[in-house]
Design a protein around this ligand. Structure first.
Ligand SMILES: Cc1cc2nc3c(=O)[nH]c(=O)nc-3n(C[C@H](O)[C@H](O)[C@H](O)COP(=O)(O)OP(=O)(O)OC[C@H]3O[C@@H](n4cnc5c(N)ncnc54)[C@H](O)[C@@H]3O)c2cc1C
Length: 447
């Protein structure tokens, strides 16, 4: 395959991986490719407001700072998210403290200068989009749902549902866990799988609660019927984001899906059923503030959790998958950081290998990334098993073991937060035949 310096790059999906990838490629490749053009195609007509809040780890924050997104979040004021020094863990059964995941060292400083942050997804998307809009060679086009694609010798093409097409020297699929770029194009035998677990999420005004929250910024509350996350998601601590992580039958998913176009009675029936589901599971909660949230009239939304088992194909000749499209794992606090790492590492390799065929870029990227992702996937799955429904004894054991797990994983967690995708050394392209013969010619002459 002929070397190409990609000039016209198409990214599918304006999520965390897609926009981060556009910003990182613009940063890395612009100095070498003056006419660089990056176009991001997103299936929604406008930014999606769903999805609740997301926790950003120190490493995710550091990467967002590098891309200019953190400044934008900070400029939003209270809506830019709540600082999280630690996620405190509690037993829902007894109210007892189990331990904490600390985002600060023993001097109270964040890792590499950054702590954790809980922010509404819509705020993060707006911040990312604002930075993308002022980046010279990046354009975002909404209302473009990819349905399939094709590769040719000199380009790749994607087709959209509205009948239009886009073509590029390089196509990057960042279209999330149900990626059409993956399932219709790169690896058709790899659909996402339901994990058997779902999130039930809501936000609630903190001044509607009569009991004082039991946590400083963020808490994970453990029970034998799943866990309940409760966290402030704005700097003014006016809103609490609550998410129950629970085992949920695949058969039940359809019955609880809220969709546009449903009549009022259907929507009301689903809302009541979801409220009941939360009450049934966590009725015996011993923490007053949580008990109030559980008993409240809040509207819960169901988010089934899917995964893309590792081991599948990540690329063809001109198309590559990044973020959840390549390797969606049961979500953990680090998941968004993996999507950001992908974007930054891929962009750096693309710039390093700019005179090489794209398949060499993809090979180098996969060699660097595959083991880390496989390991992270296994870890996530192991953690998620703890949210399955358990008997009384097993539930007690889970609580006791949690303190030990938190302690024994502390070093690994802190090492992960120290990871800096901008600094790790990259493979370098093998010298081309011309360069090898020039070097041997020069060496022969000096001998
Ligand atoms: C319930 C839940 C809670 C989570 N909580 C956390 C957390 O607290 N911390 C954390 O780090 N991670 C969390 N995660 C994981 C995190 O959200 C993902 O890892 C991250 O969003 C992956 O980013 P992405 O850009 O690869 O995919 P996405 O964020 O899913 O973005 C994909 C984009 O592609 C678009 N798209 C999809 N199909 C098409 C198509 N056919 N054509 C064009 N565009 C398309 C989508 O509309 C979307 O904009 C959570 C995940 C879930 C499901």
């Amino acid at each position: 395959m002929q070397p190409t310096r990609p000039q016209n790059i198409v990214i599918i999906g304006a999520g965390i991986a897609g926009i981060a990838c556009a910003l990182a490629i613009s940063r890395e490749l612009s100095p070498f490719v003056p006419d660089l053009k990056i176009t991001v195609y997103e299936r929604h007509d406008v930014l999606s407001t769903s999805g609740g809040a997301i926790n950003l780890t120190p490493v995710a924050q550091r990467h967002l700072a590098l891309l200019g997104v953190l400044d934008e979040l900070d400029r939003m004021g209270p809506e830019g998210g709540a600082d999280v020094d630690a996620i405190e863990l509690f037993s829902m059964r007894s109210g007892r403290t189990i331990g904490s995941i600390n985002f600060t060292d023993n001097q109270g400083k964040g890792f590499g200068g950054y702590k954790g942050r809980r922010v509404m997804r819509i705020a993060l998307s707006v911040a990312m989009l604002t930075v993308a809009e002022r980046t010279r060679n990046v354009e975002i086009v909404f209302g473009k749902k990819v349905i399939d694609g094709e590769e040719f010798e000199d380009r790749a093409v994607v087709r959209f549902k509205d009948g239009t097409v886009a073509e590029g020297d390089l196509i990057i699929g960042c279209d999330g866990v149900h990626s059409a770029v993956r399932t219709r194009f790169v690896d058709v035998d790899r659909p996402a799988e339901y994990t058997g677990l779902s999130f039930l999420q809501t936000t609630i005004d903190s001044d509607t609660l009569s009991s004082t929250p039991h946590f400083r910024a963020s808490s994970l509350n453990i029970s034998r019927h799943g866990s309940m996350l409760a966290s402030y998601c704005d700097r003014g601590c006016e809103q609490i984001f609550a998410a129950a992580i629970v085992q949920f039958n695949r058969e039940g998913l359809g019955r609880y899906r809220l969709e546009p176009g449903q009549d009022w009675a259907t929507q009301n029936r689903i809302r009541c059923a979801l409220r009941e589901e939360v009450r049934d599971r966590f009725r015996k909660c011993a923490i007053p503030c949580l008990k109030e949230i559980i008993e409240s009239k809040a509207d819960w939304m169901l988010y089934p959790v899917y995964q893309v088992p590792p081991g599948g194909r990540w690329y063809l000749n001109r198309v590559v998958l990044l973020g959840d499209a390549a390797h969606a794992m049961p979500p953990r606090d680090e998941s968004a950081a993996y999507a950001l790492d992908d974007a930054i590492l891929f962009s750096r390799i693309l710039a390093n290998y700019r005179s090489e065929p794209l398949t060499e870029v993809f090979d180098a990227y996969e060699t660097l990334r595959r083991d880390t992702i496989n390991h992270a996937f296994k870890e996530s799955r192991r953690m998620w098993e703890k949210n399955r429904d358990m008997g009384l004894l097993e539930g007690r054991l889970k609580e006791w073991m949690m303190t030990y797990h938190l302690k024994s994983n502390e070093n690994a967690r802190e090492a992960a937060w120290a990871f800096d995708a901008t600094k790790i050394s990259l493979p370098t392209p093998a010298p081309s035949e011309d360069l090898v013969s020039l070097n041997s010619f020069l060496r022969d002459r000096t001998l």
